[in-house]
Design a protein. Sequence first.
Length: 122
Amino acid sequence: MSYLTKPKKKELNKLGVETKNKISKDKIIYAHDQHTIRNLLNKGFKNRINVKIKYYSLSSDETRYREISIYYYCKEYIIAYCHLRKDIRTFVVNRINSVALLDKKYSIPDDFNNQDYVKGCW
């Protein structure tokens, strides 16, 4: 898997991502504040770019890194394909501690319907 190797410093600075050091080929730049996290999630969704998140799960009481492909995005939650679990999952945006854009495109399956995943949730 290749990560974003030559991000535009100016664009990342506009999003609030710190770029003081030279970026190596393997380094991923994470955003940690909620405003920037939301901006990067939205950008990943709009451009169909995978993102790597650090997510706190209430059910397991653990924080893990996950690579996801966002199929639906709103202010409170996202529905995404989780590459760790190899399944579509719902993530609460406020439980995402950090986000990084990856250099990997995806497409949303034609038969995806976000209503199938939110029935009885809210």
